[in-house]
Write a protein that binds this ligand. Structure first.
Ligand code: MN
Ligand code: MN
Length: 294
C-alpha cells in the first residue's frame, strides 16, 4: 500500500532536486554534467530518476538526453524536464525553462508556459473536463501572442507507467471526459512557431517492449536488467553503458532490432522555433489535491 506520507516524501525530494537544479545550471556547462549531477542528486536523496533527465535547447521540445560522449553545452532557451521514482511506484514529472541568453530574450515565452500551468492548476480537481484545461492553456499562451504545442500533451501516471490512461490537451480538443482520482502531469509548451513538433533524430532514450529470444549473452543480460530495473519506464543508452560498458551500444542495437526495446525520437518544433515548457504533477485523492512537484 502506498501511503500519503510516501507521496509527501516524494514531493519533498522533487522540490529539493528542483532547487538544486536551479542553482546548478550556468550557461556554458556541459549538458552531460548537468544531467548526471541531477540524476545523482535524486539517488542521494533516496529516490531514482523516473526517466532520463531531458535537456532540450531552443527548438528541441522533448526527448533529448545527453549521450555518454555528448559535448553540447547549456545555452539559449533550456528546458529541464525530470522526475523521480520513489519507493518503486510513486512517480513525479516536472519541468521548467531557463533563459540562458545574455539579453534575456525569452522572458515572455517562458512566462507564457508558466502562466498557462498556473491557470491550469486551479482546474486540477475531480470533475474538470479535460478540454477545459486545454482551453485555459491555449487561451493563456495565445494571449501572449504565442502558440501552444498541440501534439504534445499532459498525461496520467500509473505505477511504472509514465504515460498511462488519460491525456491532458494543450488546446481545446473537445474531449469532455472528466478528471477523477489519480496522478496527472500537466505540461504546457509555448512556441513562437507553428505549434507542432515532429520526430527528429533517435534520442538514445528507450523503453522495454517485450521479451524475445536473444542469442547474444550480453544482450540477454541487458534485456534481463532492463525488464527488472525499469519495467516500462524510459531509460537511456548512457545508463546502460555505465552498467555494462561501451559494448552495450551494440547490444542495444540488437535489442532494438529484435523489438525487445523501442527508441524515442527527439521532438523538434516544425518551424525550428524556440519552445518553452512548464510541468507539474498532481495527485488527486478524494476531494484533495497534492501538487507533487511544487
Ligand atoms: Mn516531463
Ligand atoms: Mn510529462
Amino acid at each position: 500500500m502506498t501511503e500519503i506520507t510516501d507521496y509527501k516524501k516524494a514531493r519533498q525530494i522533487t522540490i529539493e532536486v528542483k532547487q538544486f537544479v536551479r542553482q546548478l545550471i550556468k550557461p556554458g556547462m556541459k549538458l552531460l554534467e548537468i544531467a548526471e549531477k541531477i540524476e545523482a542528486k535524486m539517488i542521494e536523496l533516496g529516490a531514482k530518476p523516473a526517466f532520463p533527465v531531458n535537456l532540450g535547447i531552443n527548438e528541441i521540445a522533448a526527448h533529448y538526453t545527453p549521450a555518454f560522449n555528448d559535448d553540447k553545452i547549456a545555452q539559449g532557451l533550456l528546458k529541464v524536464d525530470f522526475g523521480i521514482r520513489f519507493k518503486e511506484n510513486i512517480i513525479t514529472d516536472t519541468a521548467f525553462t531557463l533563459d540562458l541568453t545574455k539579453e534575456k530574450k525569452f522572458t515572455k515565452l517562458i512566462e507564457a508556459s508558466e502562466k498557462a500551468l498556473e491557470n491550469a492548476d486551479r482546474l486540477m480537481k475531480r470533475g474538470t473536463k479535460l478540454n477545459e484545461i486545454g482551453k485555459t492553456i491555449q487561451e493563456t499562451i495565445t494571449s501572449y501572442g504565442f502558440s501552444p504545442i498541440r501534439n504534445l500533451c499532459g498525461h496520467q501516471i500509473k505505477d511504472h507507467n509514465l504515460h498511462a490512461g488519460l491525456t491532458i490537451p494543450n488546446y481545446d480538443n473537445g474531449n469532455e471526459k472528466t478528471l477523477d482520482e489519480g496522478t496527472y502531469a500537466v505540461e504546457p509548451f509555448a512556441t513562437t512557431g507553428t505549434g507542432i513538433v515532429q520526430d527528429a533524430r533517435p534520442s538514445g532514450i528507450f523503453k522495454f517492449e517485450s521479451r524475445k529470444g536473444v542469442r547474444d549473452p550480453i544482450a540477454r543480460r541487458i534485456m534481463d536488467f532492463i525488464e527488472q530495473e525499469y519495467q516500462t519506464l524510459p531509460f537511456c543508452e548512457r545508463w546502460i553503458i555505465k552498467k555494462f560498458g561501451e559494448r552495450a551500444i551494440f547490444s542495444l542495437k540488437q535489442l532494438e532490432q529484435a523489438g525487445v526495446i523501442s527508441q524515442f525520437h527527439t521532438l523538434v518544433e516544425k518551424s525550428s522555433a524556440p519552445v518553452s515548457q512548464a510541468e507539474n504533477t498532481y495527485m488527486i485523492h478524494g476531494n484533495s489535491v497534492m501538487v507533487l512537484s511544487d
